[in-house]
Write a protein that binds this ligand. Structure first.
Ligand SMILES: *Cc1c(COP(=O)(O)O)cnc(C)c1O
Length: 452
């Protein structure tokens, strides 16, 4: 197809995820290729990948070792089912994942997306208690503003009004505990904000622990909820409360895993040991749809028995444990070791923190939040009062469109501009991205204020 036909057909036959199609029609983008941290569209325009192709990409595009691992696997087989049978790369990857995740996690259950890995964690936690005879433990606690994916189970433990409101009566009810949101809190002391949220959680656990199966929580930072970083010690506090009240801890590392926050997994920052941990996004370096739910031996044991015991975990999809995906993930993880990637991320984090100071100074930047290579820049009308822009103006969205014209792709979360470069980005590339970030924000916010 030529450029014109591609464009017409994209408008005529595609329906894009999390996208109002009139937005796409006004500002279409069709990617044709990528190399390193750059993407190229069908007209030959180049863009820096400022959001790691939606928080996935690690080593850049067309990484030789991953490309080759997939080709090599293709010479053996592309896919065979994991239902009742296993395969070579799935076994090797399972072992590797057990090695690199917290030491209490010993079992790998595969799936195809972050949302599915969460569905699995929910079903496992629920059935774990049923299998053990604690039949009243059926409820889930979740944090305000949390995001765990878009399927019906995952939205039931999520709490982002914009995405979840319409589906109200479809979802099961979960108990919402307050997230310790720092920006806009009337108190500025992190430990006060932390303890206040933990006290609330304590109350909920104390009152309802006999009905609660598990709590779902993102690791250290809420991603889609607006890049909100937890005060230090909060996640550790949640873990302690889970142990005290016999409640399973499900930690969602879908966005934070694989070095994104400066540790292989964000739970390592506070030495937290989840009962179930969900991983996806970076697992294949951003190549193929593999995800996993990591479980403890204790949880695994509750499902173990003869068929007649009816303890089997009835879940699995057509492509679960796909060989090409597992081979890509293995190659991805090998590069972390060969290139000492996590060590290198430390320098890049510091470099970004330094460069972002410039952005923090901008008149309409209310808050800059950064954990590792995960950054959110909150735009506000008034820096002092933290008054937001009118939502209809879509300042965040317009800023990112301007960045696209300037040569970088990213997507906002409302008026929080996301900056999440591939872990392999060089200092020069980071610097180029941050100057586009700055120019896009400055021009868009100033243009709005000058006419209003
Ligand atoms: C992206 C994300 C998910 C959902 O992952 P998908 O692969 O998009 O289904 C779940 N949890 C968190 C924390 C995420 O950031």
């Amino acid at each position: 197809m030529n450029q014109q036909t591609l464009l017409e057909n994209s408008k005529k036959h595609l329906w894009l995820p999390f996208t109002q199609m009139t937005d796409y029609e006004r500002d279409p983008l069709i990617i044709e290729s990528g190399e390193g941290v750059r993407l190229r569209d069908i007209y030959g325009n180049e863009y820096l990948d400022g959001y790691s192709s939606l928080w996935l990409n690690i080593h850049g595009h067309r990484k030789k070792e991953i490309d080759e691992a997939i080709k090599k696997q293709l010479d053996s087989i592309a896919h065979s089912t994991l239902l009742g049978a296993s395969n070579v790369p799935a076994i090797e990857l399972a072992k590797k994942l057990v090695e690199i995740t917290p030491s209490n996690l010993t079992r790998t259950f595969y799936s195809d997306s972050g949302a599915e890995s969460v569905e699995i964690a929910i079903k496992m936690a629920y059935q774990y208690w049923q299998n053990k005879g604690y039949t009243s433990k059926r409820k889930f606690v979740t944090l305000t503003n949390g995001y765990h994916g878009d399927t019906v189970g995952a939205i039931s433990v999520g709490a982002i009004d914009l995405y979840h409101r319409v589906y109200g009566s479809l979802m099961f009810e979960s108990i919402k505990a307050p997230f310790p949101l720092v920006y806009r809190h009337e108190n500025e002391h992190l430990d006060v904000i932390r303890d206040e949220a933990l006290d609330e959680l304590h109350k909920i656990f104390e009152k309802h622990n006999e009905e609660i199966a598990a709590i779902t929580v993102e690791a250290l930072i809420q991603g889609a909820g607006g890049m909100n970083i937890m005060p230090p010690g909060y996640l550790k506090g949640v873990e302690k409360l889970c142990r005290k009240f016999n409640i399973l801890l499900i930690v969602d590392e879908v966005a934070t895993g694989f070095g994104r926050t400066g540790k292989m997994f964000a739970v390592e920052h506070e030495d937290v040991q989840p009962d179930l941990m969900t991983i996806a996004k970076g697992i294949t370096g951003g190549y193929l749809p593999i995800a996993a739910t990591m479980a403890t031996e204790e949880i695994y044991d509750a499902f173990y028995g003869e068929y007649e015991d009816f303890k089997t975990f009835f879940h699995g999809h057509s492509y679960t444990g796909n060989q090409l995906g597992c081979a890509a993930a293995l190659a991805n993880l090998k590069i972390y070791e060969q290139e000492n990637l996590i060590d290198k991320v430390q320098e890049k984090m510091a470099y970004i923190a330094f460069e972002l100071q410039d952005i923090e100074e901008l008149k309409h930047v209310g808050d800059v939040r950064q954990l590792g290579l995960m950054c959110g820049i909150e735009l506000v009308m008034d820096k002092k009062t933290k008054k937001p822009f009118p939502w209809q103006e879509r300042i965040g969205y317009k800023s990112t469109l301007r960045m696209r014209q300037l040569g970088m792709l990213t997507r906002p979360l409302g008026d929080v501009v996301v900056f999440m470069p591939p872990l392999a980005s060089s200092k020069e590339e980071l610097s180029e991205m941050i100057s586009i970030l700055k120019q896009g924000i400055e021009e868009t916010t100033e243009a709005f204020v000058s006419v209003n």
